[in-house]
Design a protein around this ligand. Structure first.
Ligand code: PBE
Length: 318
């Protein structure tokens, strides 16, 4: 993960130099040199809104493009508004899909945009982005994604319980599924392709588990790109063990509640210890936490196109 963030930062410095200069690729080298010498002023282009310093407030109508209201990353962005005294700013809630759509069209038009971002996510493969520095730590540290199951699953469905307990993969794995879906492959097909290419990993999750005969199991999830990828993969693996699997997408708080009260059997979408801290603190006595399925590689942050002349949340202050 660290490597990824560093790479994002590096790429952004180069692009920033180009945008700040308002020049084409011919001048890129010259501008890079100037940049290295510490001359970062966009002095020739002060009238251009994109290069008029780091204040994007008016241009963006003081709006951060968020996702669904129940997402931890939206709560973190609202926390950032307080932590950094950004009273003029607000987080517009919509959905993960609407956010990536707005990000895509802003980038197509080279317009500024600030989104509530997270990683792993295909947007970092598809676009040149940077995550704004967060010296106040409003978005928390890198964390893990946990698998959580309802009370009683271990005795009712020991085979599913064991597979879910074994389920663990990497940010790279998750990225591969997400990217394929983003590029147009059907969700189930992308999950199956990943399984076919990583059969040895999947065999490790199912080894020694006896098959069942069509027992019904319900997986809860939220339609975030990360969770669409993981839940589809887990659903297919449970199917291969003989389960009749249903997936149901819902709001984040409903997902936690459904597993806590036994309406859903499991979910693989709990970002801990930070993002879903509130839900987990409320309900952890009512379900079983099987621990990380993705270990320490998940993180949140305000995310912008690399061409924007801004590096830190602090820069949003007037
Ligand atoms: N996310 C993806 C979720 C967790 C998974 C970062 C958008 C959230 O913010 O709650």
């Amino acid at each position: 993960m660290k490597k990824n963030w560093q790479r994002i930062g590096f790429a952004s410095t180069l692009t920033l130099a180009l945008v700040a200069a308002g020049c084409g690729t011919d001048d890129a080298e010259e501008q890079d040199t100037a940049d290295e010498n510490g001359d970062t002023e966009a002095s020739e282009d002060e009238d251009d809104a994109d290069t008029a310093g780091t204040n994007y407030g008016e241009e963006l109508d003081y709006t951060i493009t968020g996702i669904d209201a129940g997402a931890g990353v939206v709560a973190a962005a609202e926390r950032a508004i307080e932590d950094y005294d950004l009273e003029d700013w607000n987080v517009q809630t919509s959905s993960g899909a609407a956010m990536t759509q707005e990000l895509t069209s802003a980038i197509e038009n080279e317009e500024p945009i600030i989104v509530t971002g997270w990683t792993p996510h295909w947007k970092f493969e598809a676009f040149d982005l940077k995550i704004l520095d967060d010296p106040e730590n409003s978005f928390g540290e890198a964390e893990s994604i946990h698998t959580i199951v309802r009370e009683g699953l271990s005795s009712d469905m020991p085979e599913a319980h064991e597979m879910l307990d074994n389920f663990a993969w990497t940010a790279e794995d998750m990225d591969a599924v997400m990217l394929e879906i983003h590029e147009g492959t059907d969700e189930v097909e992308a999950a199956q392709n990943w399984i076919d290419e990583n059969q040895d990993v999947v065999d490790g999750w199912t080894e020694g588990i006896p098959e069942v005969d069509g027992d019904e199991i319900l997986l809860a999830y939220v339609a975030w790109d990360t969770e669409i990828a993981s839940t589809n993969v887990v659903a297919l693996v449970l199917e291969s063990l003989g389960y009749d699997v249903s997936m149901s997408s819902m709001e984040a708080n409903i997902m936690f509640t459904a597993v806590a009260n036994g309406d859903a059997d499991a979910m693989v979408a709990a970002w801990l210890p930070g993002t879903h801290e509130d839900y987990h603190a409320q309900m952890e006595d009512q379900y079983e936490d099987l621990g990380p399925n993705l270990d320490g590689e998940a993180a949140l942050g305000l995310t912008v196109p690399a061409y924007m002349d801004i590096d830190s949340i602090e820069d949003l202050k007037e």
